[in-house]
Design a protein around this ligand. Structure first.
Ligand code: GDP
Ligand code: MG
Length: 261
C-alpha cells in the first residue's frame, strides 16, 4: 500500500472536485486477470472529470501468485493499492476491502466490482455520474433497458431465480438487481452499516453480495440503478459453489422474511 501525504491528497482533490473513487477488486486466484483488469479500470480516468480513480486489490490470500502481482503493481503505481485479507470469502474481500479503502486509501466513493472482466470497466463513468448527481448507492443492473447480459443460459437462470426469490421474500421495490457485485457507494452510505447487521459477511458464500445491498438499502440512502453489461469469464475459474449459493439464498430469504436474521 502506498501512503498518501495530506499535501498530495489536497492537490488531487483540487484537481478532482468530488474526491477519490476507489474500485475495490476482490480477488482469489486471479493471476491471469488482475493486471489487465486493473489497467482497464485506471484507463477509465480519461472519461471521469470529477473523481480521482484508484484501485484496491482485496485478496483472500490467493495461492496462484496473484498477491505478488498485486504487490508489484502497488509498488509501481500510487493509484494501485493492495491488501491481503488473509481470509477466504468474497464477503470478507468486500467488507475488509471497503473498510481499508475508506481508512487507508481515503476513499470518498467505493466501487465494488469483480476482477475477472465479467463486469465492464466502461460502465464505471456512468455510475460515477449518478453519484455526482446526488445518489448514495448506484447499482449496476442486468435487467434494465440498455443492459446486456451475455452470460451462459444456466447463469442467467441462476441470476433471474436468485433475484426473484430475494425480491419477493424481502419485499424490495425499485431495484431489479441484487445479486451481482457491481455498485458504486458513497463512503457515508457504507458507514451507516454496522458489521453486526451483515452477519453473513464472513461466510465463504456468495450470499454476502446480496446481503450487503439489502442491508444498505434498508438505511436512509438515495439509490438508483444503471444498465450494465455482463460477460462470461474468459480466464481463470469461478469460485462460486452453486449448491451452497442456492441453499443460502433460500435460507437467507426465508429467515429474513420471518425476521430471524
Ligand atoms: N477476496 C476474495 N475474493 C474472492 C473470493 N472468491 C471469489 N472472489 C472474487 O470475487 C469475484 C467473483 O468471483 P467468481 O469466482 O468470479 O464468481 P462468479 O462470477 O459468480 O463465477 C472475482 O473477482 C473473484 O476473484 C474469496 O474467497 N476472497
Ligand atoms: Mg466471476
Amino acid at each position: 500500500m502506498v501512503e498518501q501525504s495530506t499535501e498530495t491528497r489536497q492537490q488531487s482533490t483540487a484537481t478532482y472536485p468530488m474526491g477519490r473513487a476507489v474500485v475495490v477488486l476482490p480477488t482469489y486466484d486471479e493471476r491471469d486477470n488482475i493486471e489487465a483488469v486493473t489497467e482497464a479500470v485506471l484507463k477509465q480516468q480519461a472519461q471521469i472529470a470529477n473523481f480521482e480513480l484508484h484501485v484496491l486489490i482485496s485478496d483472500g490470500h490467493s495461492q496462484d501468485g496473484t498477491m505478488d502481482i498485486a504487490q508489484r503493481m502497488a509498488d509501481e503505481n500510487p493509484r494501485v493499492h493492495f491488501i491481503d485479507v488473509n481470509k477466504r470469502g468474497i464477503g470478507a474481500g468486500i467488507f475488509v476491502g471497503f473498510t481499508h479503502a475508506i481508512n487507508e486509501v481515503d476513499a470518498d466513493v467505493i466501487i465494488e466490482m469483480d476482477s475477472d472482466f465479467q463486469h465492464n470497466p466502461h460502465d464505471i463513468p456512468i455510475m460515477l455520474e449518478q453519484i455526482a448527481a446526488g445518489y448514495d448507492v448506484v447499482v449496476g443492473s442486468r435487467f434494465l433497458t440498455g443492459s446486456h447480459n451475455n452470460m451462459p443460459f444456466f447463469r442467467k437462470i441462476l441470476s433471474y431465480g436468485a433475484n426473484a426469490v430475494l425480491r419477493i421474500a424481502l419485499g424490495l421495490k425499485g431495484v431489479t438487481e441484487i445479486t451481482t457485485s457491481f455498485r458504486a457507494i458513497r463512503k457515508e452510505a457504507f458507514l451507516k452499516l454496522d458489521e453486526s447487521e451483515v452477519p453473513w459477511w464472513e461466510e465463504k458464500s456468495f450470499i454476502a453480495v446480496p446481503v450487503f445491498l439489502v442491508r444498505m438499502l434498508s438505511k436512509d440512502v438515495k439509490a438508483t440503478e444503471v444498465p450494465m453489461t455482463m460477460h462470461p469469464r474468459i480466464k481463470g475459474y469461478s469460485k462460486m459453489i452453486y449448491w451452497r449459493y442456492i441453499r443460502d439464498v433460500l435460507w437467507f430469504s426465508f429467515k429474513d422474511r420471518l425476521g430471524l436474521t
